[in-house]
Design a protein around this ligand. Sequence first.
Ligand code: TMP
Length: 212
Amino acid sequence: MHGKFITIEGTEGVGKTTNIDFIQAWLLEQNIEFLATREPGGTPLAEQIRQLLLTPGDEKISDAAELLLMFAGRAQHLDQVIVPSLEAGKWVVCDRFTDATYAYQGAGRGMDSSLIEHLEHLVQGELRPDLTLILDIPVEIGLKRASDRSAPDRFEQEQVEFFERVRQGYLNTAGKDPQRYAVIDASQSLDGVQFDIKAAMETFLATTKVPV
Ligand code: TMP
C-alpha cells in the first residue's frame, strides 16, 4: 500500500469534526492527496449499518450483535473505499476505526479483547492505521459538549461510567504503542489542540519521507 492511513479517535464531544477539518486543510497545504471518511459508515451499506447502530430503539442490541455490526460495516468500508484508496496512493483520514471497537465494545461493554483481535484479523488481515490521533478530554466535559450539540444517539445515552472505561481503554492502548498513537489534550484551547495535532502530523510526515 502506498497511501498512509490516519485515524482520529476519542470519546464523545472531544471535537473530532473541527479537528478533522483542520487535518484536511493541513494535508491540502502539503499537497497530499487524501480521502476523508468515517466509521461506522463510509459506504452506502455501511452508512445503513451506522443508522442501525446509532438510532435509539426499543429492541436492545446485544453486545455481540453490536460488535459484529461494527465489523460488518468495516469489512465493506475496507473493501469498497479504504483499501482501494490506499492502493491508489491516497492517504485515508478516517473518523474512528478499530481502536473505537477496542475502546467501546472492549473496555466499555466488556467484550473479550481476544475476540475483537480475531475479528480484526479476519476483516483487516495485517492492515492497521499508520497513525492514530486520540483526542482526550475529561468525560463530563465531552458529554456536556455533545449534549449541547444534538439529541443523544444510542451510545450517547450511556452512563458516565461507560465513557470513563472507554477513555481509559483508549489511553491504555495508546500507552502500549507510542510510535503509532499520539494522545492530544483536547481540553486546551482550540489553538493549543491544533498546535499539538500539527506537531504530530509533521513528525509523522517526516518519518514517511525517504532519506536522500
Ligand atoms: P460518532 O461518529 O459521532 O463519533 O459516533 C459513532 C459512535 O459509534 C460513537 O459513540 C462510538 C461508536 N463506535 C463504537 O462503539 N465502535 C466502533 O468500532 C466505532 C467505529 C464507533
